[in-house]
Design a binder for this molecule. Sequence first.
Ligand SMILES: *Cc1c(COP(=O)(O)O)cnc(C)c1O
Length: 402
Amino acid sequence: MRDWMAEEPVIIDRGQGARLWDTKSREYLDANASIWTNIHGHNHPRINAAIRAQLEKVAHSSFLGLSNVPAIELSEKLIKIAPRGLSRVFYSDNGSTAVEVAIKMALHYWIHLGEPKRRRFVAFTGAYHGDTIGAVSVGGIDLFHAAYKPLLFEVERVADLKELHQTMRQKGREVAAVIIEPLIQGSAGMKIWPKGLLEQVSRQCDEHETLLIADEVMTGFGRTGTMFACEQEGVIPDFLCLAKGLTGGYLPLAATLTRERVFTAFLGYYEDQKTFFHGHSYTGNPLGCAAALASLAIFEEEGTLVHLQPKIALLRDELQAFCKLKSVVEVRQCGFIGAVEVGPYRWEYKAGIRVCQRARELGVLTRPIGNVIVIMPPLCVTADELRRICEVLRQAVEEVLG
Ligand SMILES: *Cc1c(COP(=O)(O)O)cnc(C)c1O
């Protein structure tokens, strides 16, 4: 905050496509899709119109014991595009709550099934699942999470498949669920899992008859090249957590998808008290659902995933050009997520921060994760804009780090 106050702040005023303008009319390319949320661009006429049309009807009404049309239509749509077998949708407001819901539901599911001993959660080193206490408990990034340790529940932490096997062999029968970010860990610094790991994790869950939570808050909605990352390894999780890109990056809305058997476990008579006690005031918000429906319609109308493939190839070429720079140690790519790691530099050197500050002066906005520069513009970014983003970032790396 002190650093932020010391420099001139950028106050965003408006946007169009992959571009943003600040209150001083300076133009920027949005190279991290407004923290990994934006899909079809800012100010998209289709999404704007959908929100306006809904606004003329009603902005919000309670979802507790009631429903609304956009929420119903959206859940039908989500079930259609999600991995087959996910048949039920639970709404909340953000990625962290989507994860909280999955965790609570998994634990409660086993209680309903008469297996209360299944209460352990297995999570990976370097995981990031959000900033609320349950999500922080399964999170594994010390810088973000260590201070809150007294507030967190205990988790079985594993680094890789070998450790997962070991933990499952010893404690498999006490595991309520395994949680993973499919294909790539985002906030850990865009760390890509070995090919096939996700499928193996899913197999382990099957073998030990436990549940799999796929946190696709970052990877969902085309970011990895397919609608959902799980598709790439043919995995059907028991919970699919969605948020960031759900509304195309417009409004805070999240969904936790699950299977019929989880729904059924909670289905009882009033006296049975099987209720899943989790309901946020803004659950199923109609404006958010209308935006999400429009975003999913655009995927079809504009052929978003088809047009994305050549851009993924272009990103690959552009990333290669970073390798020539002395300060670059590695480039990584997962679909339309690009990462450039510089270093090694001590964190105090603020290498990533300084590179991004220089890029901002040159008209490109992104946010580093330590020494990792993140490149993940809206999926609608044009080839020229993507080239420009990479060109500016290369210049910034070179000027700041040599
Ligand atoms: C961003 C993120 C979250 C948290 O989402 P919020 O909407 O910021 O609460 C959870 N999991 C993953 C993988 C994320 O990238």
